[in-house]
Write a protein that binds this ligand. Structure first.
Ligand code: OAD
Length: 243
């Protein structure tokens, strides 16, 4: 009998020495963190250009700051789910493991992943708009961006906004992980925001076996080797149980 797609995914992961994982908002959905697209997604009720662009922050820093505080408030109530935990577990079983995430919620770290490449930043960090100083800032919840402790200029959330480039070093690490892995697992992303959306193709073209986990088909689905439809918080532990 030929293996099921789930068994195929597990077999490939079990025998791989180099694994790259790319996650998106869908992996945190079962923790209660809203996704961006789809029913109930953040972009259903909010316009990205009014909240998540450098222009929006320049025009109304306090509005943008408050939106991020609101999201922090939501995320503060959330715990890692079995999908995050499965990925932290996978890391322990693979020689060379890279976890690339578009999520800014910090839940992979909370779940025990050691060094996720947070290519879109982290909501719990702030960055100076002038000197670039970077620090973790979990509160108090100020109504407007506070001044930098180093130089007094305005702080901003340490996240990537539309129209901004990703940290070149992180992007380079993500690209190298995709281009050199034997297996790539892509979970819970709509795969529409570049450059992250292109990582599955990079891996595929370099000869990797690519596994997708999502509730529904994405632009990646046609070219991946195995597409597992369902909840990441269920499918990822199921894969781990077969390793
Ligand atoms: P999206 O909100 O675009 O997509 C979430 C994906 O997760 C969709 O494809 C859903 O079908 C899937 N999904 C939802 N719940 C799931 C579950 N329980 N299990 C598995 N899959 C599930 O989120 P991203 O692809 O992460 O960028 O969005 C990419 C970027 O767009 C974000 O990082 C953010 C946003 O604008 C910035 O802020 C720079």
């Amino acid at each position: 009998m030929s293996p099921t797609p789930l068994q195929q995914a597990a077999q490939r992961l079990a025998s791989a020495n180099r694994v790259a994982v790319l996650t998106g908002a869908g992996v945190s959905a079962e923790s209660g963190v809203p996704t961006f697209r789809g029913p109930g997604g953040l972009w259903e009720n909010h316009r990205p250009e009014e909240l998540a662009t450098p222009g929006a922050f320049q025009k109304d820093p306090a509005l943008v700051w408050r939106w991020y505080l609101w999201r922090r408030g939501l995320i503060a109530q959330c715990q890692p789910n079995p999908g995050h935990l499965a990925l932290a577990d996978l890391e322990k079983r693979v020689g060379e493991f890279s976890l690339i995430t578009q999520n800014v919620d910090g839940l992979h770290r909370l779940a025990g992943s050691s060094d996720p490449l947070e290519i879109h930043g982290n909501l719990w960090w702030v960055r100076c708009t002038s000197c670039g100083a970077l620090y973790e800032e979990r509160g108090p919840d100020l109504p407007a961006p506070p001044p930098c402790k180093e130089c007094g200029a305005m702080l901003r959330p340490h996240v990537v906004w539309f129209g901004e480039s990703l940290d070149p070093e992180l992007l380079d690490q993500a690209w190298r992980a995709a281009a050199t892995c034997e297996v790539m697992l892509v979970a819970g992303t709509s795969a529409v925001v570049q450059p992250a959306a292109g990582l599955a193709s990079v891996a595929k073209q370099a000869g990797a076996f690519v596994i997708e986990v999502n509730l529904e088909p994405t632009p990646n689905s046609a070219e991946v080797d195995v597409s597992l439809m369902g909840k990441a918080g269920e499918i990822l532990p199921e894969i781990m149980a077969l390793l």
